[in-house]
Every structure is written in structure tokens, then in C-alpha cells.
Design a protein around this ligand. Structure first.
Ligand SMILES: Cc1cc2nc3c(=O)[nH]c(=O)nc-3n(C[C@H](O)[C@H](O)[C@H](O)COP(=O)(O)OP(=O)(O)OC[C@H]3O[C@@H](n4cnc5c(N)ncnc54)[C@H](O)[C@@H]3O)c2cc1C
Length: 405
């Protein structure tokens, strides 16, 4: 195994259970570093749903996962972690977490199980060695480790401090594999709109964010939580929206600040509010409707002079305000860098990999698992499920081959 992250640890444990001699090479001092920061430190380790539902939440090459997901679906993932002594609970949206809310418990349980049956060596692999076209070992520094099966699970390019620096792409490329261009997914978004910086720190709950091509069609929409930052937008809704974006295209985010109210109901609410505040200045009339830092921005965008007495506001001005509250638009500049992304889009071309075994179609003895593959999914535990299912498949097949020797 090269890489002791989610996929590597799952693959190692699986191969050991199959009876193979297992050695995990991990470049970091501690394996599973990224796993420990998943789900804001709580680890949303899977989604309690059917394999087909997982596939619907996979952005790229979902069909490739069919076989691995059928063999090791979320229900098996859950049973597996419970059997490792990690009790689980299921939250909103079928998201599964450890009862302890500690991602470290998931990582520690996996690592101890691997260490009971195999070895984890701190070594940064540099090159996969072949003999007569098949894997014969792996080199890191001065060390050469001989093996007949090697699972490459070095992850993607995001959060490089966790060890995911993209080493595996170069190693796979050196053996003839093609790498689909990498880009960030599930990443905060930048905006040239100064209003974002003016509202930085403001968190909005229960708003609907709609992603549109600039001035064009709606691409995606969901209810949830988001934040304004000095560079633009972040938060769960924004990360999910980013998964629907392509490099080079122009987008805008349209925020419905009052999704619970139809336009008619919101107009009724504005009329009541204005009646209660008739002699106030407009700028002092929105306190019950909006968070404080949003008020000056909404007032400026509404075009209604702030000192206007509320009873002087015209019907057209009120309807303009209503439209602004239902469709508060923020121009998107682009995505933050891949280092800040939750996952990497792109990776080892899955056409060159057998979906049942995760084995390379080019180099006998080489297998892949996890984010290094050109697979990525939305939030909700789906990315880790990809790591578990592909790790499981690769672990089984690699063990079989290594024991055939
Ligand atoms: C902040 C954050 C939160 C996330 N939260 C969730 C969540 O709640 N649910 C979810 O489903 N997904 C989540 N993800 C995504 C998920 O963590 C990844 O998809 C998953 O960890 C991928 O597993 P992996 O084993 O393929 O790669 P990684 O976990 O990145 O592991 C790769 C390992 O390979 C090692 N390595 C790299 N190069 C070498 C080398 N040359 N030699 C030896 N070792 C090497 C690295 O040190 C690392 O330990 C989150 C991601 C981030 C960044």
C-alpha cells in the first residue's frame, strides 16, 4: 500500500483479512491525517443509503463504481466500523457519524486494526519499480520494498498539509497511466463583489442558494447554510455549488434570503412591517427582517434612499425590495485554490482501471483506491464511501494476486 489514508487503511485491513502480508508506506508522521479533519472533526464517514443513491451523488464516472459499491455498500461500511468498535449514528440527510463525534476515533480504530495484522512504515514512496512490465517493488529514499501487488492510494491534491500532495499521479504517469486534469471541487468561491467583504463573518442559515450561469440558466439549488468571507462565499451550500461548476465558465449565486415565504407572503410581511414603522427612516425599519450586517447592503441595493420615511416608500420600491430579498445576487469570480478544496476532481483515468478489482489495465500488480482515481462526489459522506468501497475491492484483489506467487 502506498498511502495510509482512508482508502489505504481500508485496503490494508482488507488484504490482511484475506491472509496477505501487508505493509503500508505512509509519507506522514501519522497515518490518516485527513481522515481526522473530515466532517469538521466529526467524520461523516458514509451516507446510509442504497448503492444507486451513492452513485447519484457521484459527480464523475459514477458508473465505474457500480461493482465496488454493490460489493461494499454503505450498509457494509456501517457494519464494518461498528465491528471495529466505533458506534455510529445517523443524522439529517442520512449522514453517518461516530456517536462520539470524533473523527479521530474512526482513524484510530482503523490504524489499530491495521497494526494488529500488518505494518505501517513511515516512508515517502517515490517510484514504483517493475520487472517484465509487472510491479516488483516500490522505492522511497534509499529503501526498496519488494512486492507483487501494490495499491496506490495517495489521495488528491487538496489540503496538502495532510500529506495529499499528488505524488501518486506522477508515479502512475511514469507507468503509462493518463491523468484526467485535476481541479478543485467542494471549494469556497471568490467574488469581485465588495459586499461580500463588507459582510465577512456573516453566516446565513435556512437560505436557498441557486447557482446560475451568469445571466443564464439555473444549474443547481439547495436550502442550507452559507457564509460571507473577505474573499467571497463559503459554507456547506457554497461548497456543494462549486461541485457543479466548470473551469472557464462564468457564474452567479442567487440567494433567496426568505425561502420559507412565497413572494405573496413576504409582501404581506413587508406591508405589516412598514405599517408598524410608518414614521421611521427606511434604514431603521428592517431590523426584524434581516441580520444587522446585511441591512446596509440591502438598503443600498434597493435604491431606496435610507432616510426615506417608511410611509413614503412606493409600491414599486417595495416590490423591488421584495425581489432583492428573494434574489440577492452575488457574482462569482472563481474557485479558491485546490489546496482549499475538500476533494480533487480528476485523477487516474478510470478507463485504464478494472472496476471490479481496481487493478491497472496497463501494469499487472498495480491497483488504485480512493481519491487518486478520477472520481468525486458531493458532500454527505459519499467521498469517504468511495474510499471505503474502492479500498475494499483493491485490497481483496491485490491480496489474491500477492498470494498466487
Ligand atoms: C477538510 C475536509 C473535510 C472532509 N470531510 C469529509 C466528510 O466528512 N465526509 C466525506 O465523505 N469526505 C470528506 N472529505 C473528503 C475525504 O477526506 C477524502 O475524499 C478521503 O480522505 C480520500 O481518501 P484517500 O485515502 O484516497 O486519500 P487521503 O485521505 O488524502 O490519504 C492519502 C494518504 O497518502 C499519503 N501519501 C501521499 N503521497 C505519499 C507518498 N508518496 N508516499 C507515502 N504516502 C503518501 C498521504 O500522506 C495520506 O495519508 C473531506 C476532505 C477534507 C479536506
Amino acid at each position: 500500500m502506498v498511502g495510509g489514508g482512508a482508502a489505504g487503511l481500508m485496503a490494508a485491513l482488507t488484504a490482511a483479512e484475506e491472509g496477505a502480508e501487508v505493509l503500508v508506506l505512509e509519507g506522514q508522521e501519522r497515518p490518516g491525517r485527513k481522515l481526522r479533519i473530515t466532517g469538521k472533526g466529526r467524520c461523516n464517514l458514509t451516507n446510509d443509503c442504497a448503492p444507486e443513491d451513492v452513485m447519484r451523488n457521484v459527480n464523475r464516472n459514477a458508473r465505474f463504481l457500480h461493482s465496488a459499491l454493490r460489493a461494499f455498500p454503505p450498509s457494509e461500511t456501517m457494519a464494518f466500523f461498528e465491528s471495529l468498535g466505533v458506534p455510529l449514528k445517523t443524522e439529517r440527510g442520512n449522514r453517518v457519524f461516530p456517536v462520539s463525534d470524533k473523527a479521530g476515533d474512526v482513524a484510530d480504530a482503523l490504524i489499530s486494526a491495521v497494526e494488529r495484522r500488518g505494518r505501517i512504515l513511515r516512508l515517502r514512496a517515490k517510484e514504483i519499480v517493475t520487472a517484465e512490465g509487472a510491479v516488483s517493488g516500490v522505492r522511497g529514499g534509499d529503501a526498496l520494498v519488494e512486492c507483487r501487488s501494490l495499491i496506490l492510494c495517495t489521495g488528491g491534491l487538496s489540503y496538502p498539509a495532510t500529506g495529499s500532495t499528488g505524488d501518486g499521479y506522477a508515479m502512475a504517469r511514469a507507468l503509462g497511466h493518463s491523468i484526467a486534469e485535476t481541479s478543485p471541487s467542494l471549494v469556497p468561491l471568490t467574488s469581485p463583489d465588495g459586499d461580500c467583504a463588507a459582510m465577512q463573518g456573516l453566516s446565513l442559515r435556512n437560505v436557498t442558494l441557486t447557482l446560475r450561469e451568469r445571466g443564464g440558466r439555473k444549474l443547481w439549488s439547495e436550502l442550507g447554510e452559507m457564509q460571507f468571507t473577505h474573499f467571497g462565499l463559503t459554507g456547506p451550500l457554497v461548497l456543494s455549488a462549486s461541485a457543479h461548476m466548470e473551469a472557464g465558465k462564468q457564474y452567479e449565486a442567487e440567494i433567496d434570503l426568505k425561502p420559507g415565504l412565497t413572494e405573496e407572503k413576504l409582501d404581506g410581511r413587508l406591508l405589516r412591517m412598514f405599517a408598524e414603522n410608518r414614521n421611521r427612516d427606511f434604514r431603521n425599519s428592517l431590523n426584524d427582517l434581516l441580520p444587522r450586517s446585511l441591512i446596509p447592503v440591502v438598503i443600498r441595493r434597493s435604491g431606496i434612499p435610507p432616510e426615506t420615511k417608511v410611509h413614503e416608500i412606493t409600491r414599486a420600491q417595495r416590490l423591488g425590495l421584495l425581489a432583492l430579498l428573494k434574489r440577492f445576487t452575488v457574482e462569482i469570480g472563481g474557485m479558491r485554490p485546490i489546496e482549499e478544496a475538500v476533494v480533487t476532481r480528476g485523477g487516474v483515468n478510470v478507463k485504464e482501471v478494472d472496476p471490479a478489482t481496481m487493478g491497472s489495465r496497463l501494469v499487472p500488480g498495480l491497483f488504485f483506491a480512493g481519491e487518486i482515481l478520477d472520481l468525486d462526489a458531493y458532500t454527505g459522506g459519499f467521498n469517504l464511501q468511495i474510499a471505503w468501497s474502492t479500498g475494499r475491492a483493491a485490497g481483496k484483489a491485490a491480496a489474491k494476486r500477492s498470494m498466487e506467487a
